[in-house]
Write a protein of this length. Structure first.
Length: 218
């Protein structure tokens, strides 16, 4: 059983996204999006958690370099990187309190305490210490922001922690990462954090999958 209290809602997807966007003051907007986390158990029941994520400073550096096709020599990401990987960690909560996540900050350059995802799945990347620590993003789609008069460009990514992944781990943070050459199997990196989310701790077991639906707003 996971530590955190699961939030059940009758609607999800566009409902949550529109709610989060409409509630923002235009003067307080910052580079962020919305992440929906689904826990799919053996009965195929989906439980929703929805939270903002933060596009970190180096993620914004990557966007600027790609847009203008220039190399900022002070930037950590290389200009030929693009977002293609997903990672998880256990460093998203305050010490001693698995229910109390610490929000990400723009100066984050990695997830705080990375967790191994799989030992044998060679479609993954970032192999060290006998495990793979990154999974390729499962899908990327573009969506219209019909709830807000198309004010935002929405990019939706799907990442999955499968039945055989990260079992026994206490997961409280996740991130999207960029890398040169993209999601090549057994990619060694380097990887650059683009966006990070923290949430109350989830205990991963082999009867559950975790599905991360990641919306980035531009």
């Amino acid at each position: 059983m996971s530590f955190y209290k699961i939030i059940n809602k009758d609607k999800y997807g566009d409902y949550c996204l529109s709610d989060s966007v409409k509630g923002q003051d235009s003067q307080k907007r910052k580079p962020q999006g919305w992440v929906e986390i689904y826990e799919v158990d053996e009965n195929n029941v989906e439980h929703l958690i929805g939270k903002h994520n933060l596009v970190v400073y180096q993620g914004r550096e990557l966007i600027a370099q790609r847009m203008f096709n220039v190399n900022n020599v002070q930037s950590i990401p290389e200009p030929n990187e693009y977002i293609s990987w997903f990672g998880i960690g256990s460093g998203g909560v305050n010490t001693g309190d698995p229910f109390n996540p610490s929000p990400p900050v723009s100066t984050d350059t990695d997830i705080y305490n990375e967790l191994p995802i799989n030992a044998i799945d060679a479609t993954c990347g970032d192999y060290h210490d006998g495990f793979y620590y990154k999974k390729p993003i499962e899908s990327i789609t573009f969506e219209q922001d019909s709830y807000n008069n198309n004010s935002w460009l929405i990019v939706k990514t799907v990442s999955r922690v499968s039945l055989g992944d990260a079992n026994g781990s206490h997961i409280s943070e996740a991130g999207l990462f960029s890398a040169a050459d993209g999601a090549i199997p057994n990619h060694p990196g380097p990887f650059s954090l683009f966006s990070r989310i923290t949430f109350p701790t989830v205990v991963k077991v082999n009867t559950r999958q975790l599905l991360f639906i990641w919306y980035i707003l531009f």
